[in-house]
Ligand binder design. Structure first.
Ligand code: F0G
Length: 430
């Protein structure tokens, strides 16, 4: 028997919800819900050994970097069908130039772009779609800036469910849209922003009996939080000083914090890393809210940034994320599109590719170091949320004429022309 239950996060409410009813918001006060457990007593050493041993297993449930840590996401009844694509188990790679450029700090990259659909969303999606399958859901839906949609479409397809996707008109990358279409999603382009698409979806969802898989669905957070267990295991359970994520709808920051809180409560770690959220300057409602000290969200009505994944003006999970920053002594910063671009460039010099939203993390670390808010040589893990190939249009759009002339040339297919072209190209790059 699972010990899981849903509870409202609002201080003054904390009502327990009936887990047989699918609710995203508290039926008493409308607040966000989270999954809670009456954890059995853990022996952290024994559990660590079990998690480690599962890496050698051939069982699909053990090969998943989410379900390998299933003691932490104990919401399924025995024998439930797991919908997995072997997500997680992503690399932790060191950097040289990026860490030097940003600090100097000891900068390590946790690359979530190495997931089945190319983003961190797969961790949450396996949990959420598995949950949906256990309730015989036929159709799932989300509003998205692109990555949630590809992930939802893939996992829904695997589970034999239909998927319905609301995206802002012409505002998501072509690659992400193609992925969702390839996996058979029904795509509705509606509104100019994610926020508008999301509002409309939430309004219409009850009429159509849709199961929402946006990060307001608390089971998404459960899958996503396992990244901290995997990251700490890769670091021999030595917590870093800081973990940095880009902030959009703020599900990821919420998930990291929940994971760390539980690992601390269960005795896996003592020290808590400080969580840092980086937003794009044109879409920085969380940053503005925290800076002003307001107890209400200060939305951004027309969010804009080339990092389309995080172009969000009304983040649904802002209260959860604020709680995480308070608890971990975290920080929030906001960076320009130019700073994001520069950071992406420097990461590429380390051989690390990512989509623009992900590079916001490293841009933010640099800004915070320069302001003296992150100390020199600090131990920092940046979570890169999406794969480089998620937005190749961005890369091509930003290439300067001089880069093009140094790196690219069209050549007639004969040896003489080829020799001449290579001579000039190689001379320039020498
Ligand atoms: N990075 C990438 C690449 C994303 O796709 C997203 C969110 C974020 C960061 C921000 O994460 O919302 O948990 O704060 N993308 C969502 C989507 C909104 O629809 O794909 P968050």
């Amino acid at each position: 028997m699972s010990s899981a239950y849903l509870q409202c996060i609002e201080e003054g409410c904390q009502a327990r919800q009936d887990p047989r009813r699918e609710e995203y918001l508290c039926s008493v006060c409308g607040g966000l819900l989270e999954v809670r457990y009456d954890f059995r007593r853990f022996d952290p050493e024994a559990i660590r050994r079990t998690w480690h041993q599962r890496r050698l297993s051939g069982e699909p449930i053990d090969r998943s970097g989410v379900w390998r840590f299933r003691e932490l996401i104990d919401f399924l009844e025995p024998g439930a069908r797991i919908i997995s694509l072997s997500e997680g188990s992503t690399p932790l790679v060191g950097t040289r130039r990026a860490g030097w450029w940003a600090g100097p700090v000891h900068l390590t990259i946790k690359h979530q772009g190495n997931n089945p659909t190319g983003s961190f969303k797969d961790l949450g999606m396996t949990a959420c779609i598995t949950r949906a399958a256990s309730r015989d859901v036929q159709m799932v839906a989300c509003a998205s800036t692109g990555n949630t949609s590809s992930s939802m479409a893939a996992y829904a397809s695997r589970a034999g469910m239909k998927s319905l996707l609301f995206v802002p008109y012409r505002q998501i990358s072509a690659a992400k849209l193609a992925q969702a279409l390839d996996f058979g999603a029904i795509v509705v382009e509606v509104g100019d922003t994610f926020d508008e698409a999301f509002r409309l979806l939430r309004e219409i969802a009850p009429e159509l009996d849709l199961y929402l898989v946006n990060s307001v669905n608390p089971f998404r957070i459960e899958g996503q939080k396992t990244i901290v267990a995997e990251m700490l295991e890769q670091r021999a359970w030595r917590p870093p000083d800081y973990i940095v994520v880009p902030g959009g709808n703020l599900g990821n920051a919420s998930a990291l914090g929940k994971g760390l809180r539980e690992l601390k409560e269960l005795g896996f770690i003592e020290k808590v890393p400080r969580i840092i959220v980086i937003q794009a300057q044109g879409a920085n409602p969380f940053y503005r809210t925290l800076e002003s000290g307001s107890s209400n969200l200060i939305p951004v009505e027309n969010p804009h940034t080339e990092a389309t994944a995080i172009r969000i003006g009304r983040p649904a999970n802002w209260k959860k994320a604020r709680r995480v920053l308070e608890w971990s002594g975290g920080l929030c910063e906001s960076v320009t599109d130019e700073e994001i671009f520069e950071a992406k460039r420097v990461l590429a010099e380390d051989g690390v590719g990512c989509e623009p939203a992900s590079a916001a993390t490293v841009a933010g670390v640099r800004k915070l170091c320069r302001a003296g808010r992150i100390e020199r040589h600090a131990d920092v893990v940046a979570v890169l949320t999406g794969n480089q190939l998620k937005d190749t249009d961005y890369i091509m759009r930003h290439r300067s004429a001089s880069e093009e002339s140094r790196q690219r040339m069209q050549v007639e297919p004969n040896l003489q022309a080829l020799r001449k072209a290579l001579e000039s190209l190689l001379a320039v790059t020498a």
